[in-house]
Design a protein around this ligand. Structure first.
Ligand code: MG
Length: 198
């Protein structure tokens, strides 16, 4: 049994966007902090696991929230290829806890292209724990997120959560998880490649 693309939705940071890569890169390039590795980020809130100045952490996250394109936020490896394939079967749905919609809308449009972006649904909830309500209202059954607490809560709301593996969700859940976008691709019904003669 594979997931029909109309039934799956996606969180953005840590799933579609490689927010951790951008955080580590900006900390290094702009604040001279050289010793952070992905495995150091063992908590969802970076200030809970890193010894760097919380003011710097906040400033970097603010840049990623308000100007993701300028900050060089990159798509997660493989994400755009898979999302573009899924979009051939159903509009894409993204539900983020970001408080502002416009900056991440511009980022999505730049990465997906105007046509696919134009058909997609994007909600910025401003908080983590209300996602379930939006997911249900949009007719979704499955949701991919990197925050263990969010996934655990969704599991109690009749939604099937899929945890996108990240250092900060390791050992914090016993739900279905995926390591990368190839695994999401394999879980979903993807339209067959068109043959060269088409
Ligand atoms: Mg996330």
């Amino acid at each position: 049994m594979k997931i029909h693309p109309k039934h799956i939705g996606f969180d953005i940071d840590g799933v579609v966007a490689d927010t951790m890569e951008a955080f580590i890169r900006l900390a290094h390039e702009d604040y001279g902090i050289e010793n952070i590795t992905p495995s150091d980020i063992t908590e969802f809130l970076a200030e809970d696991c890193l010894t760097i100045d919380p003011y710097i952490i906040e400033e970097i996250f603010n840049r990623l929230l308000t100007s993701p394109l300028e900050a060089g936020l990159k798509p997660m490896a493989g994400s755009m290829v898979v999302l573009k394939k899924l979009s051939q079967k159903a509009p894409l749905t993204f539900i983020t806890a970001r408080p502002q919609k416009d900056p991440i809308a511009q980022w999505l449009e730049a990465n997906l292209g105007p046509e696919i972006f134009g058909a997609c649904r994007l909600i910025a909830t401003g908080e983590h724990d209300s996602k379930g309500e939006y997911i249900k209202n949009m007719g979704l059954k499955y949701f991919v997120d990197d925050r263990a607490q969010t996934c655990i809560l969704l599991g109690k709301q009749d939604i099937i959560p899929i945890v996108f593996s990240q250092p900060w969700n390791q050992g914090k859940h016993n739900l279905t998880s995926v390591e990368n976008w190839q695994a999401i691709h394999e879980m979903c019904q993807i339209p067959a490649e068109s043959s060269p003669s088409d």
